[in-house]
Ligand binder design. Structure first.
Ligand code: HEM
Length: 205
């Protein structure tokens, strides 16, 4: 039997093992995705604060001669390359999440699209990170890299909340008891926070 004809069989067998409801694995993967995005913000910040941004002076290779950092490049090369490697861990979690949601792709389109968006954004962030290096840490590019990361944290938070039924069409907790003014106040808080983050990025360069 050819590889092409075995593929549908493999997909069918895999799908039969995947969940048909939002189970604890889906929830755990959503939480792991949020943790991963947050960790990348912290390690990205560490790259910046330790002035390791050009620890690997080029991209996608670490140097023109080497794909990875070498001991001679010291701690900065180690920090920068370590940060690049974490991208793969994040991509693995995002891909696993999407596979786990396969049987729920129609019923829980919200979760599937959020997971797809998170997965698609990872190569985008890797390219922006690469441009950051190739432009010698141009502040506008670093700022964009940071803001995209903030948006990803927001989307990963939405994924967690929706997986736990705290928001969206499938919510399990009633919000009816909340005062009617709370929603516009919270929307205003979210908008002002986003503006504050953007202004912070611009003024600190
Ligand atoms: C999904 C993957 C990634 C995420 C979420 C992410 C996120 C971040 C964040 C939040 C920062 C801190 C920026 C700041 O404090 O202003 C940062 C810094 C940085 N990132 Fe990434 N990053 C990712 C992948 C990459 C990759 C693949 C590269 C490859 C070169 C890269 C290169 C950098 C560099 C060089 C800095 C330091 C910039 C500086 O020193 O000013 N990032 N990253």
């Amino acid at each position: 039997m050819s590889t092409a004809s075995r593929l549908p069989q493999f997909v069918g067998r895999l799908a039969s093992k995947l969940p048909v409801t939002v189970d604890s694995t889906v929830r755990r993967l959503a939480v792991l995705s949020l943790i991963g995005q947050t960790v990348l913000v912290v390690t990205g910040g560490a790259v910046r604060l330790t002035a390791s941004g050009l620890g690997c002076p080029t991209w996608p290779r670490c140097t023109n001669e080497s794909l990875v950092n070498t001991p001679e490049m010291g701690i900065h090369g180690f920090i920068e390359f370590g940060n690049r490697l974490l991208t793969f861990a994040l991509a693995a979690v995002a891909a696993l999440m999407l596979v786990y949601l396969w049987n729920l792709r129609k019923e829980r389109k919200d979760l599937f699209l959020l997971a797809l968006g998170l997965l698609a954004s990872i190569p985008a962030q890797a390219i922006i990170g690469g441009i950051t290096v190739l432009t010698q840490l141009n502040p506008w590019v670093v700022g964009l890299h940071f803001l995209v990361s903030m948006a990803l944290v927001v989307f990963a938070t939405l994924l967690v909340n929706r997986a736990y039924g705290r928001t969206g069409r499938f919510r399990t907790h009633s919000l009816a008891a909340l005062p009617g003014t709370l929603r516009p106040v919270m929307t205003a808080v979210a908008l002002f926070s986003a503006v504050a983050v953007m202004l912070g990025v611009v003024v600190t360069g």
